[in-house]
Design a protein around this ligand. Structure first.
Ligand code: IDP
Ligand code: MG
Length: 140
């Protein structure tokens, strides 16, 4: 199983406020290679499917509403130890607890609207990459 990719999503709050450019710049400067990229608006069903593991959580319905509320930018990123390295770059789930200089600290506005998603394991990175991208949409 390859361990050099992770799946990132710039969430609707960050797209809405014009943060695609600044976030992509941070990703580039941190040494990640973008090997797939697209802007899409998820349906409620697609957002439910993506966040299936959180179905029983109290915030599930609200999260699905939010993630389908506007366009998002999905990408596959390549880097050594991509999952862990990217989680370091984005910071804690709660922007208030995230380290200074992280994407969530800079652009997150609440636990839910925390600006960006990053896969939490190699297995999920591979699954999530296939959720968004077909073979002819990814380059590596
Ligand atoms: P992660 O994105 O840091 O991996 P998860 O626990 O996997 O965090 O949660 C997925 C997403 O669900 C978070 O990024 C955030 O948008 C949302 N979320 C998590 N916990 C809460 C909460 O307590 N209230 C509202 N939204 C939450
Ligand atoms: Mg997670």
């Amino acid at each position: 199983m390859r361990s050099d990719i992770t799946l990132a999503i710039i969430k609707p709050n960050a797209v809405r406020t014009g943060k695609i450019g600044p976030i992509l710049a941070m990703i580039n400067e941190a040494g990640f290679e973008i090997i797939a990229l697209k802007m899409v608006k998820l349906t409620k069903q697609q957002a439910e499917s993506f966040y299936e593991v959180h179905r029983e959580k109290v915030f599930f319905e609200s999260l699905v509403e939010f993630m389908s509320s506007g366009p998002v930018v999905a990408m596959i990123l390549r880097h050594r130890n991509a999952v862990d390295e990217f989680r370091k770059l984005i910071g804690n789930t709660d922007p208030a607890k995230a380290e200074p200089g992280t994407i969530r600290k800079l652009y997150g506005i609440s636990v839910q609207m925390n600006a960006i998603h990053g896969s939490d394991s190699i297995e999920n990175a591979i699954k999530e990459a296939s959720f968004f991208f077909s073979e002819i949409e990814r380059f590596y």
